[in-house]
Design a binder for this molecule. Structure first.
Ligand SMILES: [Zn+2]
Length: 260
């Protein structure tokens, strides 16, 4: 049966602390990335940008009310695909070359996650997952450990947390205890075996997060969680759990869970 063309590609959920979660409901939930919109007095933040298969700024007019700093927590396709749309584009210097010249390999779009089952509806007539690619989005501002992002009335500290990828960053707002963690930690199976992953570095990064007085983690995938859950996820990973294993079997299992 041919898949329908999606009318709206994005869905927004307004949360507390001036944070909205934008997501692509027609991406299977095992691939779907959270796009975080954080409102500030002078500027807004967009943290991660989704697949980039439909223009986000046309559909999400709330993103054009103030200047936006767009940050990718890392360069993987499901987070970086939409970065090209923004004027101010940030990531860690280690992954900036990927954003200037993305390929299927360096954005990990060649790992088997981009497949027909990943799309429950199509972004436009004639779309095929086989044609998927990430558009170049040269970085305008590098972000590294210790940098501070100031939105006028709120500030975010940049943490460099390598492991899932070498240039993974997280953003931490001390005032509210919000942590935007990207793929360093989320409530699912954590990936430490991609071509540029380093499991030892990921363990060090998670040990750092374990001691951070966070209130809420807004992660790169799945739902948000509190500090206690953060510690549980980290402890389970460090004890050898929370790894997806065989990709095809894992995707089949995830699809059975959600009845897709
Ligand atoms: Zn990733």
């Amino acid at each position: 049966m041919p898949k329908p063309i999606a009318e709206n590609w994005f869905t927004v959920e307004h949360l507390s602390d001036g944070v909205s979660r934008i997501y692509e409901p027609h991406m299977a939930d095992w691939l779907r990335c959270n796009i975080w919109h954080v409102r500030g007095r002078d500027r807004d933040l967009v943290i991660d940008t989704g697949m980039g298969v439909r223009p986000m700024l046309e559909e999400m007019t709330q993103l054009t009310q103030r200047p936006v700093t767009a940050i990718v927590t890392h360069s993987h396709f499901d987070h970086s695909g939409g970065l090209y749309e923004f004027k101010t584009r940030c990531c860690h210097p280690v992954e900036a070359p990927t954003m200037a010249a993305p390929t299927l390999a360096n954005t990990v779009a060649d790992t088997g996650y981009v497949r027909a089952e990943a799309f429950t509806a199509l972004p436009y007539e004639g779309f095929s997952y086989k044609d998927y690619f990430v558009r170049p989005a040269p970085i305008t501002d590098m972000l590294d450990e210790g940098d501070v992002i100031d939105l006028g009335d709120r500030v975010f500290d940049v943490m460099h947390l390598p492991g899932h990828s070498p240039g993974s960053i997280a953003l931490y707002e001390k005032e509210t205890g919000l942590l935007f963690s990207g793929d360093v930690v989320y409530d699912g199976e954590l990936l430490d075996d991609l071509f540029h992953s380093n499991a030892e570095h990921l363990a060090e990064s998670l040990n750092r997060l374990r001691e951070l007085p966070v209130n809420t983690v807004h992660a790169g995938h799945y739902m948000s969680f509190d500090r206690q859950k953060l510690r549980t996820i980290i402890d389970e990973y460090l004890a050898g759990g929370r790894r997806p294993g065989d990709l095809d079997a894992w995707i089949r299992g995830e699809m059975e869970k959600t009845g897709e």
